[in-house]
Design a protein around this ligand. Structure first.
Ligand code: SF4
Ligand code: SF4
Length: 442
C-alpha cells in the first residue's frame, strides 16, 4: 500500500476507534416519539407543511423552504403530529421542531418509489432527486448537496472528491459504511459525477482503515474514473480544504470555495444517501451514529432515525457505565457538549460520546509563547494572537489576522500546554463578526 499523502500542519490525537471500529452497523428500533428540527442544514429554515393532529407517513415531506440554499425535511416514522414547538438543537440554541408520535406501522408515503436506473437519469433529474430527498453534507457541514451540484457557470468543475477520512477520534460510522456498503458509495459517486457532468472522482481514506480501503478498491473495479487514494493519518484531514490539499496538492484560496479551483467535495455518507434516494426513493430520514466513549456500556455503530432522542440512542447502546461527566454530540474535537439528553439526532449527528472524566474545560494558564498552536494550525494562522484580539474586544484586528479563515478544528487548543481556550475564543469572535455583518445587511 502507498505511504499516503497529507497536508501541512495538523495533529495526531489518540484515535480510540478500536471501541467501535469492528462493530457492524446495527439497526436501532425507531423510538415511540421523534423530534424533527426544522433546521438541520446550512441555509434557510424550513416551514412546517403539517399541523398538530395530522397523520403522516414514513418518508413524507413535512417541512420545506422556498430558498435555494435549504433542504426539506421528512417524517422518519409514520404516526401523528403531536406538536410543533421549540426544542433544544444539539448544536446549541432553540429551534422549531415537529414532534411525531410513532404509530409503529412504518406506513410508507406514496411518494416513496424507485427513481429509475442511473443510466436513464439526466443531470437535472439527479439534482432534483437530491434536493427533494433533503440530502445535506453528512460529514458534519450539512451544506445542502443540491447547491454543490449547481456551481455558477463561471466555475468549471473537474474533480469530485469523496471524503472517507473520518479523522476525528472515536468516530467510526463512515468506516463501517465503507466496509459494509462500498457499492452504495460507488453508485452514489457515479450519480454525483453525472450530476456534475464530469468523469473524475477521488475517494480519500486514511491508512488506519485498511479494510475500508480494500472494500472500496474492490467496489471501484470496473468504474473508470473513480480512484481510491490512501492518506496518512492526521487530524483534521477530513476538513474540506485540508483534504483537497492532501489529495491534489492545491490550496483553496483564503475566503474562496473548493469550486474556485474546480473541485467539489462530498462525504461517503452523502454518496450513500444519494444512492438510496435514487434506488428506493427514500429521503434522508436515518443515519449511522457512532455511540462510544468509556462512559457507554456497549460502544457501537447504530443506524438511527433522525429525530430520535440522544437518551433513546444511549439506551439502545446499553446505557452508561457510571456517572457521565460529559456527553458530546459529534467528535471530541469539533463536537458540542450537551446539557440535556433529550436533544434529537439530526442529519449531521455522526457520534454521541460519553465520558466519565471531563474532556474539556481545563483551567487556563498564561501563554508561554511556545508557538505550538502556530505549528499545528492547518489554516496557517497565529491562533494565540487572534484569540488575544478577540478576548480584548478588538475584532477588526482579529479579522486582519485571519479570524474568519479558522476552520474551528481545535488543533491549537489540543496542543496548547497552557490550556488556553483558543478555539473557543476564536469561534466566539467569528460568531460576533458574522452577527455584526448580518445586522448591517438586514
Ligand atoms: S486557529 Fe482555527 S484552524 Fe487554526 S488550529 Fe485553531 S481551530 Fe484550527
Ligand atoms: S500553544 Fe498555547 S502557550 Fe503556546 S503559544 Fe500557543 S497559546 Fe501560547
Amino acid at each position: 500500500m502507498s505511504k499516503g499523502r497529507t497536508f501541512r500542519g495538523g495533529i495526531h490525537p489518540i484515535g480510540h476507534k478500536e471501541l467501535s471500529a469492528t462493530k457492524a452497523i446495527k439497526v436501532m428500533t425507531p423510538p415511540a416519539e421523534v423530534i424533527i428540527p426544522l433546521k438541520q442544514h446550512v441555509g434557510a429554515c424550513c416551514k412546517p407543511l403539517v399541523k398538530k393532529g395530522d397523520i403522516v407517513n414514513k418518508g413524507q415531506k413535512i417541512g420545506d423552504a422556498d430558498a435555494f440554499v435549504s433542504a426539506p425535511i421528512h417524517a422518519p416514522v409514520s404516526g401523528v403530529v403531536k406538536a410543533i414547538e421549540s426544542c433544544w438543537h444539539p448544536a446549541g440554541g432553540k429551534v422549531q421542531a415537529i414532534v411525531i408520535e410513532n404509530d409503529n406501522e412504518e406506513r410508507l408515503d406514496p411518494s416513496i418509489t424507485p427513481k429509475g436506473e442511473l443510466d436513464q437519469l439526466d443531470a437535472d433529474a439527479i439534482k432534483t432527486i437530491v434536493r427533494e430527498a433533503g440530502i445535506v453534507g453528512l460529514g458534519g457541514a450539512t451544506f445542502p448537496t443540491h447547491v454543490k451540484l449547481a456551481p455558477p457557470p463561471d466555475k468549471r468543475i473537474q474533480t469530485l472528491i469523496i471524503n472517507g477520512c473520518e479523522c476525528e477520534p472515536y468516530l467510526t460510522c463512515d468506516h463501517r459504511l465503507m466496509v459494509e456498503h462500498p457499492d452504495r458509495i460507488i453508485d452514489g459517486t457515479r450519480a454525483l459525477l453525472k450530476a456534475l457532468g464530469i468523469s473524475k472522482a477521488i475517494i480519500g481514506i486514511e491508512l488506519n482503515k485498511p479494510d475500508a480501503i480494500e472494500a472500496m478498491q474492490r467496489a471501484a473495479v470496473g468504474h473508470a474514473g473513480i480512484e481510491i487514494v490512501p492518506l496518512k493519518l492526521k487530524y483534521p484531514q477530513g476538513a474540506e480544504r485540508q483534504l483537497i490539499t492532501a489529495i491534489t496538492g492545491k490550496e483553496v484560496p483564503a475566503g474562496g470555495l473548493p469550486m474556485d479551483i474546480g473541485i467539489v467535495v462530498n462525504n461517503v455518507g452523502t454518496a450513500a444517501a444519494i444512492q438510496t434516494a435514487i434506488q428506493t426513493g427514500m429521503p434522508l430520514i436515518e443515519r449511522i451514529v457512532t455511540v462510544s466513549g468509556e462512559g457507554v456500556k456497549e460502544p457501537q455503530n447504530l443506524l438511527v432515525r433522525v429525530g430520535s432522542r440522544c437518551s433513546d440512542v444511549l439506551e439502545a447502546a446499553g446505557g452508561f457505565t457510571g456517572t457521565p461527566k460529559q456527553v458530546i454530540i459529534g467528535g471530541p474535537l469539533t463536537g458540542t457538549t450537551q446539557f440535556d439528553l433529550s436533544v434529537p439526532v439530526t442529519k449531521c449527528t455522526s457520534g454521541i460520546l460519553v465520558f466519565n472524566q471531563l474532556k474539556t474545560a481545563r483551567e487556563p494558564d498564561p501563554c508561554i509563547r511556545c508557538g505550538r498552536c502556530v505549528d499545528v494550525c492547518p489554516a496557517f494562522l497565529v491562533p494565540t494572537t487572534i484569540a488575544r484580539y478577540v478576548d480584548g474586544g478588538k475584532l477588526n484586528e482579529a479579522v486582519r489576522w485571519g479570524l474568519l479563515n479558522c476552520i474551528e478544528c481545535g488543533s491549537c487548543s489540543y496542543v496548547c500546554p497552557a490550556n488556553r481556550f483558543l478555539v473557543q475564543s476564536i469561534k466566539l469572535g467569528k460568531q460576533e463578526v458574522q452577527a455584526e455583518r448580518h445586522k448591517k445587511t438586514s
